[in-house]
Write a protein that binds this ligand. Sequence first.
Ligand SMILES: [Zn+2]
Ligand SMILES: [Zn+2]
Length: 542
Amino acid sequence: MSVFRLSGFVVAATLMSGSASAQELSPGYLDPGPVLQAAADAIGVTNLRCVAISGSAYAGMVGQQRLNGYEVDWPRGEPLTNYTRTMNWDAGTMVEEFDREPGQNPASWKHGLGWRGGTPLQRNIRQRFVVNGEYAWYVDGPGSEPVPAPPEDADRWQLDMWLNPHGFLKAAMMPGANPKATWRWELGEMGRDGATTVPEKVTIVSITVLGKYRVDATINSENLLQRIHTWVPDPVLGDMNYEHEFTNASYVDLSDGVRFPAGWHQHEGWDDNFQAQSVNAGHNAFGGTLADIRINDCNDPVTVPEVVRRAEFPVVVTTRELADGVWLLGGSSHNSVAVEFDDYITVVEAPVDERRNLAVIDEITRLLPNKPIRFLVNTHQHHDHIGGLRTYMHIGATIITHWKNYDFYTRDVLNYSPRTLDPDMVSLWPPTELAEGYQYETVRENYSLNNGERSMHMSYVHPLTHVEGMLIAYLPTERILIEADLFDSSSAGVPVPTRVTPANRSLFNHVRRLSLNVQTIVPIHGAPVTWSDFARLFESGR
Ligand SMILES: [Zn+2]
Ligand SMILES: [Zn+2]
């Protein structure tokens, strides 16, 4: 019966509209064809093969916030000066070059997502980041060896090439783009436009880019793209809001009817701090004034270096027994430490991403079979240190963290929101009754685990720098202290510190205040060092 009714409705709708294309459009949808054509004509898409935009820019450090829930934006790294981005859509290449003060950031990081501690720091001023198809790499200083970028970075950089007006409209014309359009009224963006009172009717066209990203562009009444939006996968936040914005006024008239925006900014994370959708609502990740625009100067081919073409990124887990039943799980930029108690295992730190943590957990269960991993101690909320929190939720561990991290983790990280781009264990197999159990131990100042012969003492390190909500773990019998980012020791490519940093001083003072009798520091970044080697920094350094 219902089938007949449905057919009757379709026939009636077709008769009333009388238009061929309207037949296929559901209520609320528009024909994207004319909208895309008008937008392409407005900025001369067919006349632009490649572009180089230059100026200065800022770089937001996504996931490196110092406070939790009180900041409205990602912290900014050193400014990017003499910045140039070259995009060649026919060749599928994008090159970003800039000057930045060395010594502060990982050399592998340019802006936005991808900030990863424990990797080699930038050593030279001039930086180059390149993507060619699925291959990506960076060069720290002219003449330096190209360093391959991991697939998740390569994927995002490649996507960036299409998240600008010309890139989007070119992608919309490609096979498989499958454009769809709808409309809405917008009152403008408060921060940019002020309190506008007259709504503007805009069209939003969505397409599929690189076969998997659903990207939409907001096209205004002047046929200009003002926002391009999509989601990217992130181990901490899941499907993460990712958008580029341009103002009408920023479009510059160039030759051959080409117009290109000279003002640019990018959000990573929701830009709605006051709507409580997100506790950790940083958003501005990149932006700048890029007013020097050169078009169709495409004679500089970008070839993929052999070392990049051959690069592999296996998950390596090395093990080292630090004391009886205390294991360092290394082999990456970030360590984890497994500690055996009589009835259970406690792991300190779940860094990077799920792939790493599943491999670490497999190794721990091989070393110590048939014992549950009961607790996961989390040092702090920086995203490169919590990419595996959900993995420990998946295996049923209770998370020990400072209380300041609780709201962020509960609402934004350890939730059952769908993750469509890179689904993880919790999103694929949500432990739906877990909330009835025992998911957190939140620490204010001190917290202890005691079981059999073993004790472990967690304490809150007052923040002089780096981050609030920082915990360290101490094993009094073994005299081992496990800490993150308060002191990084040497590892491949990371120089041993020669100067005392404020973070070093926090750790030093904390250990003295609590009268911890530390013999060995086990950093999450680097190899274990003796306390006396660390303390020596304070004699010479200052
Ligand atoms: Zn770190
Ligand atoms: Zn950190």
